[in-house]
Design a protein around this ligand. Structure first.
Ligand SMILES: CC(C)(COP(=O)(O)OP(=O)(O)OC[C@H]1O[C@@H](n2cnc3c(N)ncnc32)[C@H](O)[C@@H]1OP(=O)(O)O)[C@@H](O)C(=O)NCCC(=O)NCCS
Length: 142
């Protein structure tokens, strides 16, 4: 297995994160570098994601893995880490993801949400780059 470390982003990661948010057409709305976590492979930043507090809920968002580092388990490890971090930072708050890749979130215990905070509905219909029919709002069930 590759030598991955996951840590809070530093300001010096910000230009990398901004470039990749743009490249992978991910949610960059009100993005601030201190919301992000990064995965380092042998010291090089290869993946990123962030936690957004949404009132009574929490959203895990804006995850990307460098194209040539995909399908090596990095995304799954980053998501697992982010779930634990969100639980620690916001105990008791429901955890959501708004995604065109519901299958990826299902791997770690998310299911399509029945009740959804208004702010996430708004994101689905007005902020996501893809057509809303392709977007699912998922909730962590475990
Ligand atoms: C989605 C993404 C983050 C996955 O990262 P990754 O490092 O390639 O994922 P992993 O290698 O950890 O794969 C984890 C598992 O997810 C599976 N997987 C990946 N994408 C999937 C999908 N769309 N549907 C179902 N399963 C998926 C893999 O097969 C693997 O399963 P396994 O553990 O049973 O072998 C990456 O492809 C990416 O950056 N995509 C572009 C940005 C994007 O779409 N972000 C939104 C993510 S919600």
């Amino acid at each position: 297995m590759t030598d991955i470390t996951i840590q809070k982003a530093q300001e010096s990661d910000w230009s990398y994160i901004q470039e990749k948010l743009d490249k992978y057409v991910l949610d960059a709305t009100d993005a601030k570098w201190h919301q992000f976590f990064v995965a380092k492979l042998d010291g090089k930043t290869v993946a990123f994601t962030r936690i957004i507090e949404r009132g009574d809920a929490v959203e895990l968002a804006s995850m990307g893995v460098d194209y040539y580092e995909r399908k090596k388990g990095i995304g799954k490890r980053l998501l697992k880490f982010l779930i634990e971090e969100a639980k620690k930072l916001y105990p008791g708050k429901p955890i959501f993801g708004v995604t065109h890749r519901p299958g990826f979130l299902k791997l770690l215990g998310f299911k399509e949400a029945k009740e959804v905070p208004e702010v996430l509905k708004h994101k689905k219909y007005h902020q996501c780059a893809l057509d809303p029919s392709k977007i699912k709002i998922m909730r962590l069930m475990v």
